[in-house]
Design a protein around this ligand. Structure first.
Ligand code: NAP
Length: 272
């Protein structure tokens, strides 16, 4: 098992750590760093991993380094570690939104195997969706290791072009918020129809969960599943007509286009 360092023990760093330990990654091979000794002590007690507030000490012998810091401090942390990383050229995995491979490569001094990934918030409960992109220095073994690391917090899939990360950001990265908004609207509509707040909330959440699980586990696609609920002359048919008339498909396309445009802008800002 490779020695692994996670830089940043925040939401994502700690979730990845929890996922890895639960999937039997050897805790003795994992080091996590953070400025907060309180956070580190808690994680050390919970998972029996190595911790340090010193990133340089942590990465000295690392074979894999995961950058789980916020995008705005990534360059500072990378510059500080560049000379150490150049010595051994470990696999670098970034989960930072909007930070391009070329930015990371530039900060680290070049020729480094880098995997850029885009997880989403359900990763916090092991239910994430992560897209991965590998640069030309990453070998097949390293791809497999990166995939198994991110698979500890959900499903993974590979992209063959980095620019598609912006589309992934628009779909699954920001996606949980679209579903939360739809759920919020459904709850309010349920209340308008006379249901209590709690009843509307529970029915909304369980319906979203049930629909997602059915879509994931059924052999039928979403069109077939929708048609199975929509009997001719029935209630669902009337409801779906309202959504189609309001151009739900165009709304979703415009939603993703807006998110992708912003993701592209943020990537350009990080490069300049
Ligand atoms: N949350 C998500 O769902 C999600 C989804 C996709 C991608 N991401 C990406 O994941 C990354 C982390 O996000 P997050 O939500 O986990 O953020 P977070 O909770 O703020 O975690 C970042 C952690 O890094 C620590 N840190 C700051 N400076 C550091 C340094 N020099 N060395 C080591 N650690 C340092 C922070 O400590 P302080 O709090 O003391 O500064 C914090 O504990 C971001 O780049 C984000 O774009 C997150």
């Amino acid at each position: 098992m490779k020695s692994l360092v996670i830089i940043g023990a925040g939401n994502m760093g700690a979730s990845l750590l929890g996922g890895l330990v639960s999937k039997h990654y050897d805790p003795m091979k994992i080091t996590i760093t953070d400025p907060s000794t309180d956070k580190l002590d808690q994680l050390q007690k919970q998972f029996n991993i190595q911790t340090t507030t010193n990133n340089e000490t942590a990465v000295k012998d690392a074979e894999i380094i995961i950058f789980a810091v916020k995008p705005h401090i990534f360059s500072k942390v990378a510059y500080e570690l560049a000379s150490l990383i150049q010595e051994r050229k470990p696999l670098v995995i970034s989960i930072a939104a909007g930070i391009t491979e070329s930015s990371i490569q530039h900060w680290l001094g070049g020729n480094i195997p880098i995997i850029r990934s885009m997880p989403n918030t359900p990763a916090l409960i092991g239910c994430g969706a992560t897209a991965l992109f590998a640069n030309q220095y990453v070998n097949q073994d390293q791809k497999q290791i990166a995939e198994s690391i991110l698979a500890a917090v959900g499903i993974t899939l590979w992209l063959d072009q980095e620019k598609l990360i912006d589309a992934v950001t628009a779909l699954s990265g920001s996606g949980p918020a679209y579903f939360f908004l739809i759920m919020e609207a459904l709850e309010q509509a349920g209340e308008t129809l006379g249901l209590s707040k709690e009843t509307a909330r529970l029915l909304t959440i369980q319906t979203a969960y049930g629909a997602a699980r059915l879509a994931l586990e059924s052999k039928k696609n979403t069109i077939e599943l929708r048609k199975a609920v929509t009997s001719p002359g029935g209630t669902t048919e009337q409801a779906i007509k309202v959504l189609e008339k309001a151009n739900i498909r165009e709304i979703m396309t415009n939603t993703l286009l807006a998110a992708r445009k912003r993701a592209e802008e943020l990537s350009k800002e990080s490069e300049s």
